[in-house]
Design a protein around this ligand. Sequence first.
Ligand code: UD1
Length: 416
Amino acid sequence: MDKLIIEGGVPLTGSIEISGSKNAALPVLFASILVTEPVCFRNVPNLHDIHTTLKLLNMLGYSCAYRERRVTVTPGDLLPEAPYDLVRTMRASVLCLGPLLARVGQARVAFPGGCAIGTRPVDQHLKGLELMGANIELKNGDILGRCRKLKGARITLDMPTVGGTENLLMAATLAEGETILENAAREPEVVDLANFLIACGAHIEGHGTNRIRIAGTSGLHGVEYAVMPDRIEAGTFLVAAGITGGELLLRCCPVDELEAVILKLRDMGMDISATPDGMLAKCAHPLRCVDVTTKPYPGFPTDMQAQIMALMCLAEGAGVVNESIFENRFMHVPELMRMGSDIKISGHTAMVRGVRHLTGAPVMASDLRASASLVLAGLAAGGTTEVSRLYHLDRGYERIEDKLTLVGARIQREKE
Ligand code: UD1
């Protein structure tokens, strides 16, 4: 297992190129199950979760090749079974369920367990597929799905689940008749998926709103598609500029999709502006704490909660962070406290009182975004921070230490 060794206290300056989005790449890769011709994706980040997805697609009978951020998925004979070994390492594997049912009318997909940030059920995925006529059974830890042909349905989700919306959107493209998804997720990654499906010939309207309408079609054709840039990676580097008092230009940076994050960082006192080359983030003055509540898009993303909390640890005053999406997403807090931050948790709320300095310490990552917050804290702390269990970070950030080194950070990867 690898760890990162960070000597903090260097203001980061320079430019960083933002990679393709992990959370947009995963669903479009699974959507290629629906397509009967080869599909080529560009701007696919070189991440552990992407390679897990390609491995799963290979097991399902597709042949996938990854080369320099391009992936080609070529259909073969389908074996619609996603085993627990793979699903447990990446919950998003459940996104093959809808496409498999739509394409071949059967699927056996291991039931994804909980994870560090919560139980994360998939009841809304299953409810939607049942409304579309699938017979769903849970047996020996697997979801067994079967149908003759999925039928369009009106589905109202209990909450705007991102994965649930994606699974049902994919399933509905090949269903018979019209599907209406009410209370759908509006996340940019859902929009990216809809745009990919439309490019393949699907009939979809309303993506980006909470009511998506899909008219089923009999087949989809191959295309070449570029995955959108990663808004969470970009947001993490905006915080890196703020926490180190530096100046970073983010190239290939999504702007509109980051609005809620940019507004909060500006409230804290950061200077962030769009330039012809990308997004420029500076931090010339001391920052101040703000209150943050995570919400479905276009609200403040839960995937940026840990990072903004790290920034608040070194800002003036006090602020409240309220996590409304996941039940257990404060695992970074005890580790940030080891570095000298002042945080009190009560249920879903954390009260952060800014301190003048953090000190480097050995800390342990517990999930992807928690790891990012510890790296950010380490970049600003005095002395040496060691972030261990790096496999979490490697699931979602492409070459983070290389990108940070290029802008002046003293950071290196070591074997534990
Ligand atoms: C996706 C993102 C993840 C992000 C999250 C919220 C990917 C691969 N992952 O995860 O990074 O943090 O959106 O923006 O894109 N829920 C149910 N029943 C369901 C489905 C969800 O109760 O059937 C609950 C979950 O437990 C959670 C909430 O709804 O509390 C939101 O989950 P969801 O939007 O589905 O997140 P994911 O798609 O798993």
